[in-house]
Structures are given as C-alpha cells and as structure tokens.
Design a binder for this molecule. Structure first.
Ligand code: NDP
Length: 296
C-alpha cells in the first residue's frame, strides 16, 4: 500500500505517516484466507473467548471492536460479561471452564479489572496454550528466552509496522519509553532479539530528551499526551507512538505529532496507527493457539 507522505517545504525529510489500518487489513485478509482454507478442509473455525468484568464503556467498546475483527476473518468469538462485583474466585472459575472447553482456542480478559481483583492472578489462571493476550508468566518467560509462539499483541504489532516499512532494526539504537508488562518490556525484548541496542526509559530516567536524541527508533508508551517533543527526535528516526490519552474529548498520542513532521522518517498516528495492529495480532495469536492445539 502506498505510504502517506507529508510534504515539508521548510524541512528536508518527508515523514511517512504509518497507515496502521491499511496494514492491519492486509494482514487480516491473509489470516482470513488461512482460516478459509482450514474450514474448507473440514476443520472448525478458531474461537476467541472474551471476558469483561464490569461495565466500563471504553472496555465494552474495545471488546466489541475485537469481536467484530474476529467475525471479519471468519473466527468465532464468545463474550462473557460479568458484573463489576464478581469476585476474583468467580472470574478464575470462569477462566477454568474456558480452559477446559475444547471449542475455545484463545482467552482474553479485558483490562483494567475492577479494584480488588488481581490482574496478575487472573493472567496466571489462563491456560498458557490459550493465552491470546500473552500475559501469562510462562508466556513472558518464553519471550525472554526467545522461544515464544504467543507474543504480546501491541509489541508484535509494532515489529510488524517496522518491518513493513523497511526500518532497519539490526544494530539500530532503539529507545523504549515505558516499562509496562504489556508494551515496554516485551517490545524491548523483541527489538533486542532483532539485534537493536535497546535503552529502556521510565519516569525516573534522567535526561530523557538527550537519550531519545540518539535513537534511530523511538517507541513511546507512557500515556502522557505530547510528552515527546520534536527536538527529542534525531532527524530520520522512526517514531512509534503507542500512547493514547483523551484530552478535551480528543485522542492524543505521547508524541507531538505535528511538530515531528519533517524530522522523523516515519511516525505512527494516534488513530489508525498501532491500535488496529494490536487487534490484528490478537487474531494472529488466537489462530496460532488454535493451530498448535489442533495440530493443523
Ligand atoms: P502503563 O501505565 O502500565 O506504563 C506507563 C509507563 O510509562 C511506565 O513504565 C511509566 O514509568 C512510564 N512513564 C510515565 N510517565 C513518564 C514520564 N514522564 N517519563 C518517562 N516515562 C514515563 O501503561 P501501558 O504500557 O499499559 O500503556 C502505555 C500507553 O499506551 C497508554 O496510553 C495506553 O493507553 C497505550 N496503549 C495503547 C495500545 C494500543 O493498542 N494503541 C495498547 C496498549 C497500551 P514508571 O514505570 O517509572 O512508572
């Protein structure tokens, strides 16, 4: 697909604005083809179980989007909506039933969970073979060892964007801002496995602007709106903006998007950027889990 280029008269670099939606669609059509072949040969379609605890409207809309994405590629999905007052034991009992249900291939528990529920305990309850969101400690351990089949969805989406747009990773200086278990840590490992030299930054990092200025690849995953300024970016760097913050009803990324035009070689926008890739990698993981369990 042709990249969107931003003309820049005053600056020397034409910044590629990543079309994450178009890339996601093209990967999803490959996944759909794979599923169509499997079902044509008599196999049942893969199925993702989505668990939502509570009635947070944003979470509800996220799971609807994920279920629509499943339907779009011929994957089944089932939802389990539990009231906010559901106990941790009841959530784990449901996960246990889903673990033992042969018709379920992937399990996703939508985060955040209500106060008082341990997200770590819930993640541990999911059968690692069905760990579509890749949050089980076994899955994280496999990622650390470089042997994981199921990999955190957002980091996998980031790597797919870098590869699709031909960003060199081997030998690159990569700076990851944020050290969460779902984005910062796993993407650092994936970049390192592809031979980047990775610096992980966080809220106590000294001289973050100076560290960023050395980077060929910047991954910003903090949720701090427009924190990364244009003069933090080395000319020609690839900038992956994962952060999403709502400011005055608008979704804003971690990077000052307009200001880095003409400086960065590539940037992901806060809409149609990494978000659609994250959902696509959830589908990819569910299909992988299905293939591994069924041996097809
Ligand atoms: P967390 O809140 O778990 O982690 C945020 C990280 O940012 C922490 O490591 C924190 O440091 C660091 N941080 C916060 N403030 C600063 C600062 N001023 N300078 C440097 N580092 C800072 O967030 P997540 O990783 O879960 O998500 C990050 C963002 O990405 C959020 O906006 C989230 O909505 C978005 N997101 C988007 C996805 C998508 O598909 N588009 C998917 C997942 C997340 P410390 O550890 O020191 O506290």
């Amino acid at each position: 697909m042709p990249p969107t280029r931003t003309p820049s008269s005053a600056r020397s670099i034409e910044t590629i604005v990543v079309d994450g939606l178009a890339l996601a669609k093209s990967i999803r059509s490959e996944l759909a083809e794979e599923i169509a072949k499997l079902t044509a040969s008599g196999a049942r379609p893969p199925c993702l179980a989505v668990v939502l605890v509570g009635d947070d409207p944003a979470s509800r809309s996220y799971i609807k989007g994920k279920q629509r994405a499943c339907g779009g590629i011929g994957m089944r999905s089932v939802e389990h909506l539990l009231p906010a007052e559901t106990s941790q034991g009841e959530i784990i009992a449901l996960i246990d039933r889903l673990n033992r249900d042969d018709s379920i291939d992937g399990i996703l528990v939508q985060l955040p969970l209500p106060d008082g529920i341990s997200a770590a305990a819930v993640a541990r309850a999911v059968d690692p073979a069905k760990d579509a969101d890749a949050l089980h400690p076994n899955t994280s351990g496999q990622l650390l060892a470089g042997t994981a089949d199921l990999i955190s969805c957002t980091p996998l989406g980031i790597m797919a964007v870098l590869d699709h747009y031909g960003i060199p990773i081997e030998g690159a200086d990569a700076v990851v801002i944020g050290r969460s278990n779902i984005v910062g840590k796993p993407v650092s490992l994936l970049l390192q496995q592809r031979h980047a030299t990775v610096t992980m930054c966080h809220s106590r990092t000294r001289d973050l602007p100076g560290i960023c200025r050395r980077a060929d690849i910047v991954v910003a995953a903090t949720g701090r709106a427009r924190m990364v300024k244009a003069d933090w970016i080395k000319p020609g760097a690839a900038v992956i903006d994962v952060g999403v913050s709502e400011v005055d009803g608008e979704l804003i990324g971690d990077v000052d998007f307009e200001a880095v035009q003409g400086i960065a070689k590539l940037i992901t926008p806060s809409r149609r950027g990494i978000g659609p890739m994250t959902i696509t990698m959830l589908l990819r993981n569910t299909l992988h889990a299905y293939r591994a369990r069924l041996g097809v």
